[in-house]
Ligand binder design. Structure first.
Ligand code: CAO
Length: 537
């Protein structure tokens, strides 16, 4: 008999709380097999066993506090078990031909051998291809451990064991077909310590597996009249199809494998799927907390300093907070400033006002910027792109949709004008005003806020000089426009008043270099300063 004691857990750690006891009396314990999940004030740890054998006693339970050096469990070495219990005699009952589901395996001797059969796989599925055998003769297997990877015409499934014991014979081959009910392996089961002793129950051979699952399976071991029912695994086509290594990874990083969408054939879950799902969960958590990698600090009690009022965030505010936190943290921003002399543009704008009126609209600097930026995006394709950092790729867009930030009573909304390059100034202005109005009246549709390539944020109608806009991820750049104002500009030996428009271009430095950014911004400035030339194009 050997004892397993709680090992040293680290410097100054003398005790821990048990989150979960992972083994039970009667289990066959392997070296390094996880015995306990414990929590110290530093970490949550799985404690591996340093002994092997049949577990006789477990002295601790979930929620209990345990000390380093405390005895956790006692095992009896398997070799030490009496030889008589290793005697093998198995008697299978005949399976009714009419009812293939009736699979019963009965042992009439002190039962030490049982057969594991391919379980029901679903309606109308009578066989499967064995892709991989996950155990070998001599392996000590446990319930729930993957035995086979099989493929039906509906899915790829890992078949879990329903038996604890040692594999003594494998009766299927990789690459071959196996039928439902066919014996897959023979397992030597130790009968020394009953796991559950309830009452004895015989199952008629004609009973269906489904019915058997409903019953409590009773096992009386070490008795001449023992009945061991080779209960079928609770397997369904919803079982997540994944290799054991993938399952292990999911378990280790705390991901529920059943929730992971598989990208392999027939939805098979790969390592990359588990990682991607875990990353997504992480991002969702971050976004739910409005933080990226930074734990929110609790707020102080402001009422100590004066009267306060607490209000729930509106949906728009909370979404904006999430989105901007993400963009701010994920994108290395640089903001480049410049000024455009729009004195001539202003003349053109006024000159076009009668036509605009006839068209039922009024041009503003935003109208011209939409047109100019649509051309600039064609000239500088890296500004009409998105970064796929995971896959180390850049997605270049062949369409030109531009978002315009709109200030509404409910917060910031960014409607997207589609195919800007295919519309004239007046049409664009009308579309923009229509969308801005819809946004302000909360009538804007989701599709009218999606698909943007670049964003313009014009705060100039309100005021301000420069600002540092946040790139509207997954876009890579945004133009902030501040208030155009007359300034003395030194030209031809004198100061002359010119209408100057402050521009702030923020960009994603992962994709765009400073030199490219200033070239892009200069291009826009030149177009704004030469409106006739630009409009002639
Ligand atoms: N400099 C000087 N004047 C400007 C200007 C600028 N940059 N931009 C607009 N104006 C003027 C317009 O010419 C207009 O003047 P007139 O009435 O004398 O012609 C007036 O300001 C109002 O313009 P507007 O704002 O109605 O029209 P617009 O096409 O320029 O802008 C829109 C439309 C939707 C961008 C704007 O209404 C708006 O909502 N702006 C706020 C954007 C915002 O919130 N950005 C912040 C995002 S980040 O928090």
């Amino acid at each position: 008999m050997k004892e397993f004691i709680l090992p040293e857990l680290g410097e100054n750690i003398e005790s821990a709380s048990i989150l979960k006891v992972l083994v039970a009396p009667g289990d066959v314990l392997e070296l390094d097999q996880a015995v306990l999940e414990i929590e110290t004030d530093k970490a949550t740890i799985e404690v591996p066993s340093t002994v092997s054998g049949m577990i006789k006693d477990v002295f601790v339970k979930d929620g209990e506090k345990i000390k380093v050096g405390q005895v956790i469990l006692r095992v009896e070495e398997i070799e030490a078990l009496p030889q008589s219990t290793k005697t093998i005699q198995t008697e299978s009952k005949t399976v009714s031909k009419k009812n293939k589901k009736a699979v019963t395996n009965q042992q009439t001797q002190p039962s030490t051998i049982t057969e594991f059969k391919l379980p029901e796989l679903g309606e109308n599925i009578e066989s499967a291809n064995v892709l991989k055998i996950l155990v070998s003769v001599g392996d000590v297997i446990q319930k729930e451990q993957g035995i086979l990877e099989i493929e039906t015409d509906k899915a790829t499934i890992e078949v879990p064991s329903t038996i604890d014991g040692k594999v003594i014979e494998l009766l299927v081959k990789e690459g071959k077909k196996a039928k439902v009910g066919q014996v897959v392996l023979r397992v030597e089961v130790s009968t020394r310590q009953p796991t559950q002793v309830k009452s004895e129950k015989k199952v008629e051979p004609t009973e269906s597996v489904e019915e058997k699952k409903e019953e409590t399976i009773e096992i009386v071991r070490g008795s001449a009249t023992a009945v061991i029912i080779d209960n079928q695994p609770a397997i369904t086509l919803h079982s997540a199809p994944a290799a054991p290594s993938v399952r292990r990874l999911a378990r280790e990083i705390g991901v529920d494998i059943n929730q992971v969408p598989g990208s392999g054939p027939d939805g098979r879950i790969r390592m990359a799927d588990v990682k991607a799902y875990s990353k997504k969960l992480h991002e969702q958590q971050i976004s739910a907390s409005g933080q990226v990698g930074i734990k929110a600090k609790p707020l102080p009690d402001f009422s100590k300093f004066g009267e306060v009022e607490r209000k729930e965030m509106s949906n728009i505010r909370s979404k904006t907070a999430d989105h901007l936190s993400y963009a701010w943290s994920a994108i290395p921003h640089v903001t480049q400033f410049d000024k455009a002399d729009i004195t001539d543009l202003e003349k053109v704008r006024k000159g076009l006002s009668t036509i605009a009126e006839k068209e039922g609209t009024k041009l503003t600097v935003t109208s011209f910027l939409l047109k100019i930026i649509s051309s600039a995006l064609k000239e500088f394709p890296q500004f009409n792109a998105s970064v796929d950092i995971e896959k180390k790729a850049i997605v270049y867009k062949k369409y030109i949709n531009i978002g315009v930030a709109v200030d509404t009573e409910n917060g910031l909304i960014v409607p997207v004008l589609k195919n800007v390059d295919q519309k004239n100034l007046f049409q664009l202005t009308k579309d923009m005003n229509e969308l801005a109005e819809k946004a302000r009246k909360r009538k804007i549709g989701l599709d009218e806020m999606q698909g943007g390539c670049f964003t313009i944020s014009n705060l100039g109608g309100i005021g301000g000089t420069y600002f540092t806009p946040i790139v509207n991820s997954p876009e890579v750049a945004i133009l902030g426009v501040s208030r155009g104002a007359f300034e003395p500009v030194y030209k031809d030996g004198q100061f002359i008043p010119r209408l100057m428009l402050p521009l702030s271009l923020s960009y994603d430095h992962r994709l765009i270099d400073g030199a490219d950014a200033i070239r892009f911004l200069r291009w826009i400035v030149t177009a704004l300063e030469n409106p006739s030339k630009f409009l002639m194009q």
